[in-house]
Design a protein around this ligand. Structure first.
Ligand SMILES: Cc1ncc(COP(=O)(O)O)c(C=O)c1O
Length: 638
């Protein structure tokens, strides 16, 4: 094709490309007067196939032409056919879904499907009804109270009185997005709090049009770093936290360390700054024993790093994981709480500092902490409270660390709705305390309630879904459920270990399935399975550098299964049977030696100390791991 023709085609598209269920040429389906573009290429040839081409077996296929929406729309018959294909595909995949931390076991439609036929909206603050009457904020408030009780916060929230009267009462909201929004919101709240910002009433306005002005604090003459928060999070942290740091232009310890204190890092031998706080990352010790802490933040390293910056007058923002994305590990929140309390003796300003705003108004001050601890409990904050109850009832022999507001240092917590509880779409809940809350910048009269949330319009259906779930499960029901999932996790781990032994007998001692599970983790990790098993059970996969000794690391492709409520022993048995069958003649048929174009395991290399960043503003942007879903399918890697 000549360059000229190609250019014209790219500008206006090709009207002869067949499109839609009838595969008529695009141009023939466009009505007069529609100024639109035609496709440049046939989307069927461009988009990924479902299932991918290297998946073998009898799976529902998606014929994409059935789903293309031509300018004429679809006939009733065509739409019914497409929806039947979608239903077959979705129900098949949902029935064997194992690899991600979501619960596929849902029972909402009998009671809630009518709500799909209207628009509800929880715009504005959950505790102010506002003028948008068709909201579900009464459900939302009941949900928030439920979590306030579960996470040991003070409740109910009081909205009609100033924050100073009820400083320890909780505030929070049900988010339209998942924990990603909660992490962004939590860090946003933390940033302004630690920067000493305040919303001050604008003296030039009167209710109901009362306005607030964002005020920055007066500089601290003795401490140039007083209002520069430094962020700390571990290398197992979800990418939404890294994204929040970028959106909010926060400074990590790595950036500030490189810029102002090169070569002075207190936790590395060469003094270079690692990009993130190290996690315990060894799955097994040299004798082959499991490391139950794998995936949790190294509190001793965090302590040294935080001390370095606190000593220099910086406020600190610490994000801890409770149920990390890949390993489902629980950071030791009480240990970090203890560190901050201890530091308070040396640096009292960490727990109480006076922020001043106006030299002419010395009475205009705020008392704040010099730190913020946010708990990313996307997964664990929802079910670990019931593990604790089970432990207290003597039904299980261990519990996780206490992560909630019983730790004085904890200032915000979130968890996702669709993970442990299960929901048709992503959702989450965020809780803090009134005293740490961002005050509303405006009270726009057209909303009639304070603009305290991240979005404008807010998903009101999520509050009902949460409410429905929580109203159907007593605490004791949830205790029984967590005990069951714990059993399923242990069962899967045991089944894999038995299979490993069988395969070793048959194929030799070199069989190593890399089975690992952190303490009380719902995730069980093992060697990458073949693409068909991976697709059939939606087993999540990731290529990672894994320490295999004190000095050496190896590139490995792993799979993992999350034993959520929808993963039963029966489903585990089916998965194990498929793996066993595939291993019959050669164990590498189930656990391929090649992951696409790269060997599994891949090369080894020494564990090297961090090197100095060339650009001091560099921030790590995760492009794989941490639940990004970026694992490139082997068939796509050539
Ligand atoms: C630890 C952690 N934090 C945050 C998130 C993001 O949550 P969501 O997908 O609900 O936005 C995830 C998701 O897997 C996660 O595992």
């Amino acid at each position: 094709m000549s360059n000229e023709k190609k250019k014209v085609e790219q500008e206006s598209g090709n009207p002869n490309i067949p499109y839609g269920p009838s595969q008529l040429p695009w141009g023939k389906q466009v009505p007069k007067g529609a100024d639109i573009t035609a496709p440049i290429e046939d989307p069927i040839k461009v988009y990924p196939q479902v299932p991918p081409p290297d998946v073998k077996g009898d799976f529902p296929t998606i014929d994409y032409k059935l789903f293309e929406i031509p300018p004429t729309g679809l006939t009733e018959e065509q739409r019914t056919k497409a929806l039947a294909a979608l239903k077959d595909f979705a129900e098949t995949q949902a029935s064997r879904f194992t690899g991600y931390q979501v619960n596929e076991n849902q029972k909402y439609s009998p009671r809630l499907s009518w709500l799909l036929d209207m628009h509800t909206n929880n715009v504005g603050d959950p505790f102010q009804t506002g003028l948008f009457t068709l909201n579900t904020k009464f459900c939302e408030r009941a949900v928030l109270d439920y979590f306030a009780a579960l996470w040991n916060n003070d409740w109910p929230h009081h909205d009609d009185t100033p924050a100073e009267s009820y400083p320890d009462r909780y505030w929070g909201y049900v988010l339209s997005m998942g924990s990603t929004e909660a992490n962004i919101y939590g860090l946003f709240n933390a940033r302004d709090y630690l920067k000493g910002r305040a919303l001050i009433e604008d003296p030039g306005t009167e209710p109901p049009e009362k306005k607030f002005m964002l005020a920055d604090p007066l500089p601290d003459p003795g401490n140039p770093n007083a209002y520069t928060p430094i962020v700390f999070y571990s290398q197992d942290t979800h990418y939404s936290v890294v994204k929040a740091v970028r959106i909010l232009e926060l400074t990590t310890f790595y950036q500030e360390g490189n810029a102002k204190f090169p070569g002075e890092c207190p936790i590395t031998e060469n003094g270079e700054w690692p990009e993130e706080v190290p996690s315990h990352n060894v799955d097994k010790d040299e004798s082959g024993k499991d490391n139950p802490l794998s995936g949790t933040i190294k509190v001793s390293d965090l302590k040294k790093l935080v001390h370095f910056f606190v000593e220099r007058g910086y406020p600190v923002l610490i994000v801890l994981n409770f149920g990390s994305t890949w390993k489902s590990a629980y950071d030791d929140v009480p240990a970090v709480n203890h560190v901050l309390k201890d530091f308070g003796k040396e640096f009292p300003w960490l727990w109480n500092r006076i922020v001043r705003y106006d030299p002419a108004k010395p009475q205009l001050v705020d008392e704040r902490r010099g730190f913020w601890v946010h708990i990313d409990g996307a997964l664990g904050a929802s079910y670990m409270p019931f593990i604790e109850m089970a432990y207290n009832q003597g039904k299980i022999d261990k519990m996780g660390p206490i992560f909630d507001f019983r730790n004085e240092a904890v200032m915000s917590i979130c968890c996702s709705m669709h993970k442990w509880f299960g929901a048709p779409w992503p959702g989450a809940v965020y809780l803090t305390k009134t005293t740490y809350q961002l005050r509303p910048p405006t009270t726009p009269s057209y909303i009639g309630s304070a603009d305290t949330t991240l979005g404008g319009s807010r998903n009101a259906f999520s509050a009902v879904v949460f409410w429905d779930y929580l109203s159907r499960y007593s605490y004791q029901d949830s205790v029984n459920d967590v005990l069951e999932t714990e059993k399923v996790g242990a069962y899967l781990e045991q089944s894999l270990k038995e299979l490993e032994k069988e395969l070793q007998k048959k194929f030799g001692r070199e069989v190593d399935l890399w089975i690992a599970r952190s303490t009380l983790a719902l995730a069980v990790r093992f060697r990458l399975v073949n693409p068909t098993i991976s697709y059939k059970y939606t087993v999540d996969s990731e290529r990672l550098w894994v320490p295999i000794s004190k000095t050496e690391q190896q590139e490995r492709s792993y799979s993992h299964v999350f034993c959520m409520q929808s993963v039963t022993k029966k489903l585990v048995d089916e998965l194990m049977e498929d793996i066993r069958k595939a291993s019959e003649t050669d164990w590498h048929n189930a656990f391929p030696e090649w992951d696409g174009d790269q060997p599994n395991p891949g090369p080894t290399k020494p564990i090297t100390p961090p090197v100095r960043a060339r650009d001091t503003y560099r921030v790590l942007v995760p492009h794989k791991g941490r639940g990004l879903g970026s694992f490139v399918h082997p068939s796509k890697r050539k």
